[in-house]
Design a protein around this ligand. Sequence first.
Ligand SMILES: [Zn+2]
Ligand SMILES: [Zn+2]
Length: 246
Amino acid sequence: MKIWQKIIDWIYPEQPYCYYCGQDYFRSEVKHLCDNCLSGFKFNESFCTKCGRELLTNGEELCADCQADKYYFKMARSCFIYQGTARQLLLRMKYLDQPELAEPIGDLLYVYFCENYNNLSIDYIMPVPLHVERLSMRGYNQSLLLAEILAKKTGIKLVNDLLFRDKNTLPLFSLSKEARQSELDGVFRMSMHKNYQMYDNTNILIVDDIYTTGSTVNEVSKVLQANINDLSIYILTPATVSLIAN
Ligand SMILES: [Zn+2]
Ligand SMILES: [Zn+2]
């Protein structure tokens, strides 16, 4: 960059703008997300202690699924509820070719991580893999974008070549529990080129965009647990669903 350009940038710094609504702002809690748009988020403040989905009571209760099911991860948490502005923002990031929206979402994930996961000694951060066909259609894996931001901000190592996705799945939330499980059978496969022993006795944080039924992250966890010894798995997603009836 030429010295004159640097001086001009210093005199006239770029006005920050909101990646969601496009408006300029002078100050905001989250970079690239204005306070007005942020006020449309509902943060997840009372949740199931295992899966992190919103419940009416906080701190002690398990949701019905977590009372009945076996999970291969220790706990899942999500920053906000998948509704309103937050839902629109995640949909745009995933389906409307707006990967830049991962930046403000990644910042929110980082704040949440610092408050909730910092004491867990996480060794690796891993995104849920995307199938290669979907990756070439979309051009990016939204979970990887979020995992990259979190890894960079925390200084924790990112792992993106341990697990592969061999098949695309139908939208899982519309299926019964049995149908979800059969849809997920054999979807994920460990890399043949990795030395898994280096992951023995470690804590891995899996990052995805939304926690709905938990079936996908549980399947990822199952495959990892089958191949790695003494592994503790934690899940973090920006958004989750609410189990409170409206
Ligand atoms: Zn905005
Ligand atoms: Zn639960």
